[in-house]
Design a protein around this ligand. Structure first.
Ligand code: LCS
Length: 397
């Protein structure tokens, strides 16, 4: 089993990363579907609790199947350690709890998953942690938002759902020059297409629910640490707040990762063809896709991502009404939230994934009411385009 991410290519790491404990030669990590572990005697139990002996006690604290997944994703991201969480939101909230205290300040990308803004605005504010949302694609806005008490810059790049990209290396420098850390939600890209530690980020989070698992059958999340010294403190926070992933979901995500690189390549190829088709379509007002030269940060995307990914946003000339006709009549695609699975999905952020943000904050983040978001799967691009055309042809205005 491979541990180091420096020696092997991403294709190999996806198949082989994730060291695990097994005495029987199983070539996939066994599912330790157990809540607790037997001690050989009372003294051994006491030694385990004191940390004098290495071993398993209780699944909320440690579990071999979960550890196999954590080792895999730490290797894929080139990090030291990772912590499997019950959902992407559990990963983000655990990161905030571990890093922030009352009186501190966070700078956050304005275009992030809706509930991430709610977490910062409505919950962390209760604990006197302040937040400023800015357009992190504009470095002068990031610099202007820094305060003496800024502890963390949190970005999504590309951002959900606008696909705005932020310069990870430049923002890491701004953070470090000001005594802050940079965390990035890398869900949209996955480590197969973007490795933020190589650009100076300090923490990475993912919703495993998306591309890393890839099969729309798990909810999970992960925090990846660049610095292994921080692992015991993070492990304690996760253990005490309790948002751990379970062994079976860990097994499923670990299995999904074996095809991550292939899936990301195919989704990117499909999405590029679909974005090019949409950009020329007479009923489309605009398309935003990191692989189109018309994307405002196209050159940045080429520098920090190995492919443009599977997410597209667009708005139709007929606005929301036309978008509804498309979502209601599209073929092959499914009208559903979430993303990153093998099947292509379409949804309406203002009324769905980003409804909870409220109209004012959506406006600031340029999430227009007519914006439609698409997650491109691994079906045939021709079939996906035919399915889109079926819906678009029904729009008459
Ligand atoms: N980060 C990003 C970028 C996300 O898109 C999501 C979920 C999360 C974190 C939270 O992950 P979860 O707790 O759901 O595992 N995004 C969703 C979306 O765009 N549609 O449905 C869920």
């Amino acid at each position: 089993m491979i541990k180091s991410s420096d020696e092997y290519s991403m294709d190999t790491l996806c198949v082989h990363s994730g060291a695990y404990n097994d005495n029987h030669g199983a070539i996939v990590p066994p599912i330790y579907q157990t809540s607790t572990f037997k001690f050989t005697d009372a003294d051994q139990g006491a030694r385990l609790f004191k940390g004098e002996e290495d071993g398993y006690i209780y699944t909320r604290m440690r579990n071999p199947t979960i550890e196999a997944l954590e080792n895999s994703i730490a290797a894929l991201e080139g990090g030291a350690k990772a912590l499997g969480c019950a959902s992407g939101m559990a990963a983000i909230s655990t990161l905030f709890i571990a890093l922030l205290k009352a009186g501190e300040h966070v700078v956050c990308s304005e275009s992030v998953y809706g509930p991430t803004t709610i977490l910062l605005n409505s919950y962390l504010n209760k604990f006197q942690v302040d937040v400023t949302f800015v357009d992190t694609s504009d470095l002068s806005c990031v610099e202007a938002a820094i305060q003496p008490n800024t502890k963390l810059i949190f970005i999504e790049s590309p951002g959900n759902p606008t696909l705005v990209m932020s310069d990870i290396a430049a923002i890491a420098r701004i953070a470090h020059d000001n005594g802050a850390a940079l965390a990035i939600d890398n869900t949209f890209m996955s480590p197969a297409l973007q490795r933020p530690f190589s650009f100076g980020a300090d923490y990475i989070v993912h919703s495993l629910t998306k591309f890393l698992n890839g099969h729309a059958d798990v909810v999970g999340g992960i925090i990846v640490l660049k610095n292994g010294d921080e692992f015991p403190a993070f492990r304690k926070v996760l253990n005490h707040f309790g948002g751990v992933i379970d062994p079976f979901n860990s097994f499923l995500v670990h299995r999904g990762i074996k095809t991550l690189k292939l899936r990301m390549e195919r989704s990117s190829e499909n999405a590029r063809k679909i974005a090019e088709y949409l950009e020329k379509h007479p009923k489309v007002e605009w398309v935003r896709y990191p692989g189109l030269p018309s994307h405002p940060q196209y050159e940045l995307g080429k520098r920090q991502m190995s492919a443009p990914g599977g997410m597209i946003s667009m708005e139709l000339k007929g606005g929301l009404e036309a978008g509804k006709i498309l979502m209601n009549t599209i073929e092959v695609w499914t009208l559903a939230v979430s993303l990153g699975g093998v099947e292509s999905l379409i949804q309406h952020p203002a009324a769905m994934t980003h409804a909870s943000m409220g109209a004012e904050q959506r406006l600031q983040a340029k999430i227009t009411d007519g914006l439609i978001r698409m997650s491109v799967g691994i079906e045939s691009a021709d079939d996906l385009i035919a399915g889109l055309e079926a819906g678009l042809s029904r729009i008459t205005n």
